[in-house]
Ligand binder design. Structure first.
Ligand SMILES: [Zn+2]
Length: 137
């Protein structure tokens, strides 16, 4: 089973602290996948929406248009070392979400691990999704 995906890195500059950094991006062309970023901005993972747990969660949420799929998957994925996943890009220097990007300059590639769902897969997925759905309301 594939556990990493090669993803291009792009320059960004944080609008909060002004530091420059490179961030991995899936781009707009990738359907059914999402980049997770740790809230400290230092770790990334890719959710493959067609893998086992995400596909089950998508099916559970199919009749619930009020609940966004990706935040639920970010909460269910095995958390990064000492942090939590966010669906937004966070600055690795100050941790603020959604730093303003410097457009375009590509800085090579990085191997980003695929998100794992080993913790939630061991439990009752329906109950976990129901709890996260309630929290979003
Ligand atoms: Zn910053």
């Amino acid at each position: 089973m594939q556990t990493v995906r090669a993803v291009p890195l792009f320059d960004a500059r944080c609008s909060h602290c002004g530091e420059a950094f490179a961030h991995p991006s899936l781009g707009d062309a990738v359907y059914g996948a999402l980049m997770l970023c740790s809230v400290d901005g230092r770790q990334h993972a890719i959710v493959d929406g067609f893998s086992a747990v995400p596909a089950q969660v998508a099916a559970l949420l199919a009749d619930d248009p009020d609940t966004a799929l990706w935040p639920v998957l970010a909460a269910l994925a095995d958390p990064p070392e000492g942090s939590f996943w966010s669906v937004e890009l966070h600055c690795p220097h100050c941790g603020q979400p959604d730093p303003v990007f410097q457009e375009g300059t590509r800085r090579g590639m990085a191997d980003i691990p695929l998100a794992r769902f080993s913790q939630c897969a061991a439990g009752d997925l329906v109950a976990q999704v129901a709890r996260l759905t309630d929290r979003q309301r």
